[in-house]
Write a protein that binds this ligand. Structure first.
Ligand code: SAH
Length: 285
């Protein structure tokens, strides 16, 4: 029977002010406000701004109430229970499980949903989008890390959403670029992630269908939204020896998890289990 795990939520502790981190790519991407390019277009496939997740928030996006307050020491125990359940379901990659035990998922959802943060359920994150179930996130990360014992090099995530998976990725890779097409979620993710001070995570606002050429080639590309096909540009931006994990519509007519391995002899595409991800859309909003 499904029940809420006992979690105590102490009163909001405003996060300590954090120093800002320099955005490594600010020289290669010119921030552009709004949907269209102004003046000289950046060479990037991303239309606007790049910011490290530790960067200070602009005032305008600080209007969301402090939802992500601490749950106290209890959250560690609840997270450990979540990881044990994932292990019982067969998930086993040590680095992925370690990341899942350390990243506080409740900081990425609205305070009203915080007591469900460690259940195996997807949750709304605003603007019609959802944070995937922990076991789906774990499965994708495990596929990404399969056969690897070292941290991955550079990784690209399509669909930052609330930033939860991006935070996990920052534990598994040396450098992470995460793109979101919805300005509201991009800002919210930055706000959620500020607490974690992840200087190897770079948040981008733009159309992830175009990938992010400046960071290429990537050791891995992981998408949290599914389209009719895998954009060729993602495969082009994948390093030889790299792996892409994404939901996509397949010959079955359904959305499946698809893995693409790139080697110097070509591409191997593997279709895995059916999944249900939000749609991959082009453009920004
Ligand atoms: N990894 C996220 C999951 C968010 S849901 C998390 O942990 O919360 C998928 C996200 O993909 C949504 O926020 C949606 O807006 C975004 N998305 C869809 N199409 C996109 C595109 N072309 N480029 C970038 N983001 C996209």
């Amino acid at each position: 029977m499904k029940r809420n795990l006992p979690v105590s939520i102490p009163s909001a502790n405003p996060p300590r002010p954090r120093p800002s981190f320099p955005a490594n790519l600010s020289s290669s991407v010119q921030p552009v406000v709004g949907k269209s390019h102004g003046g000289s277009a950046p060479k990037a496939s991303v239309v606007a701004g790049v910011a490290s997740a530790g960067e200070k928030l602009p005032r305008a996006s600080a209007q969301r109430p402090a939802v992500s307050s601490g749950m106290g020491m209890d959250s560690q125990a609840v997270r450990a229970a979540m990881v044990r359940k994932l292990q019982a379901q067969g998930l086993a990659h040590p680095a992925v499980l370690a990341a899942l035990s350390s990243v506080e998922r409740h900081r990425f959802v609205d305070s009203a949903l915080a007591n469900q943060a460690y259940e195996d359920t997807s949750l709304p994150i605003g603007l019609g989008q959802t944070i995937s179930k922990p076991n789906v996130v774990a499965r994708m990360l495990e596929l990404m890390c399969q056969g690897r014992t070292q941290k991955l090099g550079r990784v690209l995530e399509i669909g930052t959403g609330c930033g939860y998976q991006a935070a996990l990725l920052s534990h598994l890779a040396r450098e992470v670029y995460s793109i979101e097409r919805l300005r509201g979620l991009h800002d919210r993710a930055r706000e959620n992630l500020r607490w974690f001070r992840l200087s190897n995570l770079h948040l981008l606002f733009g159309d992830g269908m175009l990938g992010y050429a400046q960071g290429a080639p990537y050791a891995a590309i992981i998408a949290a939204a599914g389209g009719n096909d895998i954009p060729q540009v993602w495969i082009d931006q994948l390093a030889v020896g790299g792996r892409l994990v994404a939901p996509a519509r397949t010959e079955t007519g359904h959305q499946n998890l698809v893995v693409i391995d790139k080697s110097d002899t070509g591409i191997v595409r593997t279709v895995l289990e059916p999944v249900l991800f939000v749609p991959l859309k082009s453009g920004v909003a």
